[in-house]
Design a protein around this ligand. Structure first.
Ligand SMILES: Nc1ncnc2c1ncn2[C@@H]1O[C@H](COP(=O)(O)OP(=O)(O)O)[C@@H](O)[C@H]1O
Ligand SMILES: [Mg+2]
Length: 249
């Protein structure tokens, strides 16, 4: 049997200490089979971004183990950075495209950072897969928001990572562009066997996934396979009501 693409056990993280401390994650465990597309949902402040930052090696949890593709995410920061470059793909808000590189150069950058050979036209070929071959030489500022997001996804996938983590990848897009981006993610799971974990607050976006994992107040609060937008929306309303007063934004 193949190792799970992601195997997280007992992940806890508290921000600050004393009376102002915030327990962002309270023993989160999650195992995902390779090739699956998972949506991570939960009320604002439930720990979604913290979880993603930890499993992507950008933030260190206080306790817990994180296995990616059968290997432990290193504790050491330098080693974790190397591990991330080799094995993890990231599409995060704030991780913007570099403005002085073309779309193709942005897509190729993770390969260069990982010290891999970059065959000619790699960036253009990857952009072709997200329908942007004709914009390969454009700078990010010359692209629309949706086009920039597609470049970011091509960049996240270029190393063929064990897991692609995406935090609200369609949050800033109109619904038609969002559907296009979600279709690209769905297609990479179906055609390439790409494992994807996507944080979203949108039930329609979540319905593109194979399953939804719900977080509430730093804990896993449920799981739904073969989600529909209606069922997800109903569950989210339920979770909002469960949140302590003042925690949900
Ligand atoms: N850097 C930080 N310092 C202190 N508290 C934080 C920090 N980041 C997040 N938090 C708190 O941790 C909790 C979880 O935040 P977050 O993971 O961003 O939630 P979500 O992404 O689900 O909205 C929230 O209460 C938030 O205010
Ligand atoms: Mg967040």
């Amino acid at each position: 049997m193949n190792a799970p693409a992601l195997d997280v056990v007992g992940l806890s993280l508290t921000y600050g200490d004393g009376p102002g401390a915030v327990e962002a994650l309270k023993g989160v465990g999650l195992r995902l089979a390779a090739g699956t597309f998972t949506a991570l949902m939960g009320p604002s402040g439930s720990g979604k971004s913290t979880f993603l930052n930890c499993v992507a090696g950008l933030e260190r949890a206080a306790t817990g183990t994180i296995m990616i593709g059968g290997r432990a995410l290193p504790q050491d920061e330098t080693e974790a950075t190397l591990f991330r470059r080799q094995r993890i793909g990231i599409v995060f808000q704030g991780l913007n495209l570099l403005p002085y590189l073309t779309a193709a150069q942005n897509v190729e950058l993770p390969l260069r950072l990982a010290g891999r050979k970059v065959p000619r036209n790699t960036g253009r070929a990857r952009l072709d897969q997200v329908g942007l071959a004709d914009r390969a030489d454009s700078l990010p500022a010359e692209l629309s928001g949706g086009q920039q997001q597609r470049v970011a996804i091509a960049r996240g996938l270029v190393t063929r990572p064990d897991v692609l983590f995406a935090d609200e990848p369609t949050g800033a897009l109109d619904s038609r562009t969002a559907r296009n981006v979600l279709g690209i993610l769905r297609g990479s799971a179906d055609r390439l066997g790409q494992t994807i974990v996507m944080v979203t607050h949108d039930p329609v976006a979540a319905a593109y996934a194979d399953q939804v994992v719900f977080l509430a107040d730093g804990r896993i609060a449920g799981r739904m396979t073969n989600p529909t937008a209606e069922a997800v929306a109903a569950q989210m309303t339920h979770l909002d009501q469960l949140m302590p007063e003042g925690v949900s934004a």
